[in-house]
Design a protein around this ligand. Structure first.
Ligand code: GZL
Ligand code: ZN
Length: 338
Protein backbone atom coordinates (compact mmCIF):
# COMPACT_ATOMS: atom_id res chain seq x y z
CA UNK A 1 0.00 0.00 0.00
CA UNK A 2 2.69 2.51 0.99
CA UNK A 3 4.56 1.83 -2.30
CA UNK A 4 1.36 2.46 -4.33
CA UNK A 5 0.70 5.70 -2.42
CA UNK A 6 4.22 7.01 -3.06
CA UNK A 7 4.03 6.17 -6.82
CA UNK A 8 0.68 7.98 -6.96
CA UNK A 9 2.25 11.23 -5.72
CA UNK A 10 5.02 11.28 -8.40
CA UNK A 11 7.54 10.85 -5.62
CA UNK A 12 10.22 8.43 -6.74
CA UNK A 13 8.68 5.29 -5.55
CA UNK A 14 10.86 3.27 -3.35
CA UNK A 15 9.90 -0.14 -2.33
CA UNK A 16 8.78 0.28 1.27
CA UNK A 17 10.07 -2.64 3.28
CA UNK A 18 6.89 -4.07 4.82
CA UNK A 19 8.03 -5.07 8.26
CA UNK A 20 5.98 -8.19 8.43
CA UNK A 21 5.10 -8.84 12.06
CA UNK A 22 5.22 -12.61 12.26
CA UNK A 23 1.77 -13.87 13.13
CA UNK A 24 2.27 -15.51 16.57
CA UNK A 25 1.00 -19.04 16.71
CA UNK A 26 -2.26 -19.50 18.61
CA UNK A 27 -1.27 -20.35 22.19
CA UNK A 28 -3.14 -23.38 23.49
CA UNK A 29 -3.92 -23.27 27.22
CA UNK A 30 -5.34 -26.26 29.10
CA UNK A 31 -7.17 -24.99 32.21
CA UNK A 32 -8.23 -27.46 34.91
CA UNK A 33 -10.82 -25.59 36.99
CA UNK A 34 -11.79 -27.31 40.25
CA UNK A 35 -15.55 -26.89 40.06
CA UNK A 36 -18.48 -24.46 40.17
CA UNK A 37 -19.25 -24.48 43.92
CA UNK A 38 -19.51 -20.73 44.54
CA UNK A 39 -19.98 -17.28 43.08
CA UNK A 40 -16.26 -16.78 43.54
CA UNK A 41 -15.56 -19.83 41.36
CA UNK A 42 -17.98 -18.69 38.65
CA UNK A 43 -16.33 -15.26 38.55
CA UNK A 44 -12.91 -16.93 38.41
CA UNK A 45 -13.97 -19.14 35.48
CA UNK A 46 -15.51 -16.18 33.66
CA UNK A 47 -12.28 -14.21 34.13
CA UNK A 48 -10.28 -17.04 32.54
CA UNK A 49 -12.72 -17.57 29.67
CA UNK A 50 -12.89 -13.84 28.83
CA UNK A 51 -9.11 -13.52 28.90
CA UNK A 52 -8.00 -16.56 26.89
CA UNK A 53 -9.98 -15.82 23.74
CA UNK A 54 -9.20 -16.33 20.04
CA UNK A 55 -8.99 -12.57 19.51
CA UNK A 56 -6.36 -12.42 22.25
CA UNK A 57 -4.45 -15.15 20.41
CA UNK A 58 -5.37 -18.10 22.60
CA UNK A 59 -7.26 -21.36 22.42
CA UNK A 60 -8.62 -22.30 25.87
CA UNK A 61 -9.35 -25.94 26.72
CA UNK A 62 -11.53 -25.62 29.86
CA UNK A 63 -12.17 -28.69 32.02
CA UNK A 64 -14.43 -28.55 35.12
CA UNK A 65 -13.19 -30.95 37.80
CA UNK A 66 -16.52 -30.95 39.68
CA UNK A 67 -14.67 -30.82 43.05
CA UNK A 68 -12.83 -34.08 42.36
CA UNK A 69 -9.04 -34.24 42.19
CA UNK A 70 -9.27 -37.39 40.04
CA UNK A 71 -11.14 -35.42 37.36
CA UNK A 72 -8.48 -32.71 37.46
CA UNK A 73 -5.70 -35.28 37.08
CA UNK A 74 -7.51 -36.79 34.08
CA UNK A 75 -7.86 -33.31 32.58
CA UNK A 76 -4.13 -32.63 32.98
CA UNK A 77 -3.31 -35.94 31.28
CA UNK A 78 -5.63 -34.98 28.42
CA UNK A 79 -3.83 -31.66 28.07
CA UNK A 80 -0.49 -33.51 27.93
CA UNK A 81 -1.85 -35.83 25.23
CA UNK A 82 -3.03 -32.82 23.24
CA UNK A 83 0.40 -31.20 23.65
CA UNK A 84 -0.96 -27.87 24.90
CA UNK A 85 1.49 -24.99 25.26
CA UNK A 86 0.63 -24.31 28.91
CA UNK A 87 -1.33 -25.99 31.69
CA UNK A 88 -3.13 -23.84 34.27
CA UNK A 89 -4.36 -25.65 37.40
CA UNK A 90 -6.78 -24.38 40.08
CA UNK A 91 -6.27 -27.26 42.54
CA UNK A 92 -9.21 -28.42 44.65
CA UNK A 93 -6.85 -29.44 47.49
CA UNK A 94 -3.14 -28.99 48.12
CA UNK A 95 -1.80 -32.55 48.14
CA UNK A 96 -1.71 -35.42 45.60
CA UNK A 97 -0.31 -33.58 42.54
CA UNK A 98 3.33 -34.77 42.41
CA UNK A 99 2.86 -37.63 39.93
CA UNK A 100 0.78 -35.80 37.33
CA UNK A 101 2.87 -32.62 37.57
CA UNK A 102 5.97 -34.77 36.97
CA UNK A 103 4.26 -36.12 33.81
CA UNK A 104 3.62 -32.53 32.63
CA UNK A 105 7.23 -31.63 33.39
CA UNK A 106 8.50 -34.70 31.48
CA UNK A 107 6.34 -33.55 28.55
CA UNK A 108 7.99 -30.12 28.72
CA UNK A 109 4.72 -28.29 29.42
CA UNK A 110 4.95 -25.40 31.95
CA UNK A 111 2.28 -25.51 34.69
CA UNK A 112 0.91 -22.35 36.32
CA UNK A 113 -0.99 -22.83 39.59
CA UNK A 114 -3.83 -20.37 40.23
CA UNK A 115 -5.84 -19.56 43.37
CA UNK A 116 -5.17 -22.39 45.85
CA UNK A 117 -1.68 -23.82 46.30
CA UNK A 118 -0.20 -27.26 45.67
CA UNK A 119 1.93 -28.98 48.32
CA UNK A 120 4.58 -30.88 46.32
CA UNK A 121 7.96 -32.41 47.18
CA UNK A 122 9.73 -30.48 44.44
CA UNK A 123 8.65 -26.88 43.76
CA UNK A 124 10.14 -27.20 40.26
CA UNK A 125 7.08 -29.26 39.41
CA UNK A 126 5.27 -25.99 38.74
CA UNK A 127 6.49 -22.83 37.08
CA UNK A 128 4.75 -20.33 39.38
CA UNK A 129 1.59 -19.58 41.40
CA UNK A 130 -0.74 -16.59 41.62
CA UNK A 131 -3.42 -16.28 44.31
CA UNK A 132 -4.36 -14.95 47.72
CA UNK A 133 -2.70 -14.98 51.11
CA UNK A 134 -5.49 -16.91 52.80
CA UNK A 135 -4.06 -16.81 56.31
CA UNK A 136 -3.73 -13.03 56.05
CA UNK A 137 -7.38 -12.89 54.94
CA UNK A 138 -8.32 -14.81 58.10
CA UNK A 139 -6.14 -12.65 60.31
CA UNK A 140 -7.63 -9.46 58.85
CA UNK A 141 -11.17 -10.71 59.51
CA UNK A 142 -10.18 -11.71 63.06
CA UNK A 143 -8.50 -8.33 63.61
CA UNK A 144 -11.75 -6.66 62.62
CA UNK A 145 -13.63 -8.84 65.12
CA UNK A 146 -11.12 -8.00 67.87
CA UNK A 147 -11.47 -4.28 67.19
CA UNK A 148 -15.26 -4.69 67.27
CA UNK A 149 -15.15 -6.34 70.73
CA UNK A 150 -12.92 -3.52 72.02
CA UNK A 151 -15.30 -0.81 70.79
CA UNK A 152 -18.32 -2.71 72.16
CA UNK A 153 -16.66 -3.61 75.47
CA UNK A 154 -17.28 -7.29 74.93
CA UNK A 155 -14.96 -9.40 77.10
CA UNK A 156 -13.03 -11.95 74.96
CA UNK A 157 -14.44 -14.92 76.85
CA UNK A 158 -17.94 -13.81 75.84
CA UNK A 159 -17.29 -14.59 72.18
CA UNK A 160 -18.57 -18.08 71.27
CA UNK A 161 -17.47 -18.71 67.70
CA UNK A 162 -18.14 -21.45 65.16
CA UNK A 163 -15.94 -21.80 62.07
CA UNK A 164 -17.95 -22.88 59.01
CA UNK A 165 -15.00 -24.14 57.00
CA UNK A 166 -14.44 -24.63 53.27
CA UNK A 167 -13.61 -28.06 51.85
CA UNK A 168 -10.86 -29.53 54.00
CA UNK A 169 -7.39 -29.36 52.49
CA UNK A 170 -8.12 -26.39 50.23
CA UNK A 171 -5.58 -23.60 50.77
CA UNK A 172 -8.43 -21.14 51.38
CA UNK A 173 -9.76 -23.38 54.15
CA UNK A 174 -6.33 -24.04 55.66
CA UNK A 175 -5.39 -20.36 55.70
CA UNK A 176 -8.69 -18.93 56.92
CA UNK A 177 -9.01 -21.57 59.64
CA UNK A 178 -5.44 -20.85 60.77
CA UNK A 179 -6.08 -17.09 60.81
CA UNK A 180 -9.03 -17.60 63.16
CA UNK A 181 -7.25 -20.16 65.35
CA UNK A 182 -4.36 -17.75 65.93
CA UNK A 183 -6.77 -15.01 67.01
CA UNK A 184 -8.70 -17.42 69.28
CA UNK A 185 -5.38 -18.33 70.91
CA UNK A 186 -4.13 -14.75 71.23
CA UNK A 187 -7.43 -13.26 72.47
CA UNK A 188 -8.86 -16.05 74.62
CA UNK A 189 -12.02 -16.42 72.53
CA UNK A 190 -14.20 -19.54 72.80
CA UNK A 191 -14.03 -21.58 69.56
CA UNK A 192 -17.10 -23.79 70.00
CA UNK A 193 -16.69 -25.87 66.80
CA UNK A 194 -15.16 -25.95 63.32
CA UNK A 195 -17.17 -27.83 60.67
CA UNK A 196 -16.46 -28.16 56.90
CA UNK A 197 -19.22 -26.93 54.57
CA UNK A 198 -17.47 -27.14 51.18
CA UNK A 199 -17.88 -23.42 50.35
CA UNK A 200 -21.52 -24.02 49.37
CA UNK A 201 -24.71 -22.29 50.51
CA UNK A 202 -26.65 -25.53 51.05
CA UNK A 203 -23.97 -27.09 53.23
CA UNK A 204 -23.47 -23.78 55.05
CA UNK A 205 -27.16 -23.74 55.96
CA UNK A 206 -27.20 -27.40 56.98
CA UNK A 207 -24.19 -27.32 59.32
CA UNK A 208 -25.20 -23.97 60.86
CA UNK A 209 -28.69 -25.28 61.66
CA UNK A 210 -27.20 -28.28 63.48
CA UNK A 211 -24.71 -26.12 65.39
CA UNK A 212 -27.37 -23.63 66.50
CA UNK A 213 -29.49 -26.48 67.81
CA UNK A 214 -26.56 -27.91 69.76
CA UNK A 215 -24.97 -24.69 71.06
CA UNK A 216 -27.30 -21.97 72.34
CA UNK A 217 -24.30 -19.84 73.26
CA UNK A 218 -23.08 -19.26 69.66
CA UNK A 219 -22.86 -15.51 68.92
CA UNK A 220 -20.28 -15.37 66.10
CA UNK A 221 -20.38 -17.41 62.88
CA UNK A 222 -17.11 -17.24 60.87
CA UNK A 223 -18.00 -18.40 57.35
CA UNK A 224 -15.07 -19.19 55.06
CA UNK A 225 -16.90 -17.84 52.02
CA UNK A 226 -20.00 -15.79 51.14
CA UNK A 227 -22.05 -18.74 49.90
CA UNK A 228 -21.70 -20.40 53.30
CA UNK A 229 -22.59 -17.07 54.93
CA UNK A 230 -25.82 -16.86 52.91
CA UNK A 231 -26.62 -20.40 54.05
CA UNK A 232 -25.79 -19.56 57.67
CA UNK A 233 -28.07 -16.52 57.49
CA UNK A 234 -30.95 -18.73 56.31
CA UNK A 235 -30.30 -21.12 59.22
CA UNK A 236 -30.14 -18.30 61.78
CA UNK A 237 -33.46 -16.88 60.64
CA UNK A 238 -35.07 -20.35 60.40
CA UNK A 239 -34.05 -20.85 64.05
CA UNK A 240 -35.89 -17.66 65.00
CA UNK A 241 -32.63 -15.84 65.74
CA UNK A 242 -31.37 -12.57 64.24
CA UNK A 243 -28.08 -11.92 62.39
CA UNK A 244 -26.42 -8.66 63.39
CA UNK A 245 -23.84 -6.98 65.58
CA UNK A 246 -25.93 -6.44 68.71
CA UNK A 247 -24.58 -9.42 70.63
CA UNK A 248 -25.93 -8.08 73.93
CA UNK A 249 -29.43 -8.36 72.45
CA UNK A 250 -28.77 -11.98 71.37
CA UNK A 251 -27.93 -11.20 67.72
CA UNK A 252 -25.42 -13.46 65.93
CA UNK A 253 -22.49 -11.74 64.20
CA UNK A 254 -21.47 -13.14 60.78
CA UNK A 255 -17.97 -12.82 59.33
CA UNK A 256 -17.41 -13.86 55.69
CA UNK A 257 -14.90 -14.02 52.80
CA UNK A 258 -14.88 -13.26 49.05
CA UNK A 259 -17.03 -10.14 48.49
CA UNK A 260 -18.05 -11.38 45.02
CA UNK A 261 -21.80 -12.06 45.42
CA UNK A 262 -23.75 -8.76 45.38
CA UNK A 263 -26.31 -10.18 47.83
CA UNK A 264 -23.58 -10.73 50.42
CA UNK A 265 -22.28 -7.19 49.97
CA UNK A 266 -25.86 -5.90 50.36
CA UNK A 267 -26.23 -7.86 53.61
CA UNK A 268 -22.93 -6.39 54.77
CA UNK A 269 -24.25 -2.90 53.96
CA UNK A 270 -27.36 -3.71 56.02
CA UNK A 271 -25.32 -5.21 58.88
CA UNK A 272 -26.64 -8.77 58.58
CA UNK A 273 -23.07 -9.71 57.68
CA UNK A 274 -20.66 -7.64 59.78
CA UNK A 275 -17.42 -7.98 57.82
CA UNK A 276 -16.29 -9.54 54.52
CA UNK A 277 -12.58 -10.10 53.84
CA UNK A 278 -12.10 -9.68 50.09
CA UNK A 279 -10.84 -12.60 48.02
CA UNK A 280 -10.35 -11.42 44.45
CA UNK A 281 -11.31 -13.98 41.73
CA UNK A 282 -10.17 -12.09 38.63
CA UNK A 283 -7.08 -14.17 37.89
CA UNK A 284 -7.46 -14.28 34.07
CA UNK A 285 -5.37 -11.17 33.33
CA UNK A 286 -2.82 -12.17 35.99
CA UNK A 287 -2.32 -15.61 34.44
CA UNK A 288 -2.13 -14.06 30.96
CA UNK A 289 0.64 -11.72 32.13
CA UNK A 290 2.55 -14.77 33.40
CA UNK A 291 2.15 -16.63 30.06
CA UNK A 292 3.23 -13.52 28.13
CA UNK A 293 6.32 -13.33 30.36
CA UNK A 294 7.10 -16.95 29.57
CA UNK A 295 6.43 -16.37 25.85
CA UNK A 296 8.98 -13.56 25.98
CA UNK A 297 11.52 -16.01 27.38
CA UNK A 298 11.51 -14.30 30.76
CA UNK A 299 11.08 -15.83 34.24
CA UNK A 300 7.92 -14.89 36.20
CA UNK A 301 7.95 -14.56 40.01
CA UNK A 302 7.51 -17.96 41.64
CA UNK A 303 4.73 -16.67 43.92
CA UNK A 304 2.47 -13.68 43.17
CA UNK A 305 0.09 -12.55 45.90
CA UNK A 306 -3.03 -10.54 45.08
CA UNK A 307 -3.68 -7.38 47.12
CA UNK A 308 -7.09 -7.58 48.83
CA UNK A 309 -9.28 -5.37 50.98
CA UNK A 310 -11.86 -5.74 53.71
CA UNK A 311 -15.50 -4.61 53.57
CA UNK A 312 -18.03 -3.65 56.25
CA UNK A 313 -21.17 -1.58 56.71
CA UNK A 314 -20.04 -0.57 60.23
CA UNK A 315 -18.47 2.87 59.87
CA UNK A 316 -16.98 2.74 63.38
CA UNK A 317 -14.02 0.62 62.19
CA UNK A 318 -12.14 2.29 59.34
CA UNK A 319 -8.88 0.35 59.59
CA UNK A 320 -7.44 -2.76 61.20
CA UNK A 321 -3.86 -3.88 61.68
CA UNK A 322 -2.12 -7.25 61.36
CA UNK A 323 1.54 -7.65 62.37
CA UNK A 324 1.87 -3.87 62.59
CA UNK A 325 0.59 -3.33 59.01
CA UNK A 326 -2.53 -1.17 58.73
CA UNK A 327 -5.29 -2.17 56.30
CA UNK A 328 -8.09 0.27 55.46
CA UNK A 329 -11.67 -1.02 55.76
CA UNK A 330 -13.93 -0.12 52.82
CA UNK A 331 -17.16 1.16 54.40
CA UNK A 332 -19.85 -0.08 52.02
CA UNK A 333 -22.30 2.27 50.32
CA UNK A 334 -25.15 1.71 47.85
CA UNK A 335 -23.05 3.18 45.06
CA UNK A 336 -20.14 0.85 45.83
CA UNK A 337 -22.41 -2.18 45.51
CA UNK A 338 -24.51 -1.15 42.49
C1 GZL B 1 -10.39 -18.72 47.31
C2 GZL B 1 -11.13 -19.83 46.64
C3 GZL B 1 -12.32 -20.20 47.45
C4 GZL B 1 -13.30 -19.05 47.60
C5 GZL B 1 -14.57 -19.82 47.64
O1 GZL B 1 -9.35 -18.30 46.53
O2 GZL B 1 -10.31 -20.97 46.50
O3 GZL B 1 -12.99 -21.25 46.79
O4 GZL B 1 -13.11 -18.27 48.74
C6 GZL B 1 -14.31 -20.79 46.52
O5 GZL B 1 -15.72 -19.06 47.41
O6 GZL B 1 -15.24 -21.80 46.52
ZN1 ZN C 1 -22.11 -25.36 73.49
Amino acid sequence: MAALFLAGCGVRSSVVEETVVPERREIVVGFSQLGAESDWRSANSESMRSTFTAENGYKLLFEDGQQKQSNQITAIRTFIQREVDYIVLAPVTETGWDTVLQEAKDAGIPVVIVDRMVDVEDEDLFTCWVGSNFELEGRKAAAWLKRFTELQDIPPEDLHIVDIQGNLGASAQIGRTKGLERAVEENGWDLVAAVPADFTQAKGREVTALLLEEHEEINVIYCENDNEALGALEAIEAAGRKAGANLKEGEILIISFDGVRKEALQYALEGKISCIAECNPLHGPRVRAILETLEAGKVPDKLSYVTEGIYSGDASITQISVDGVNYPVTILTDSFIS
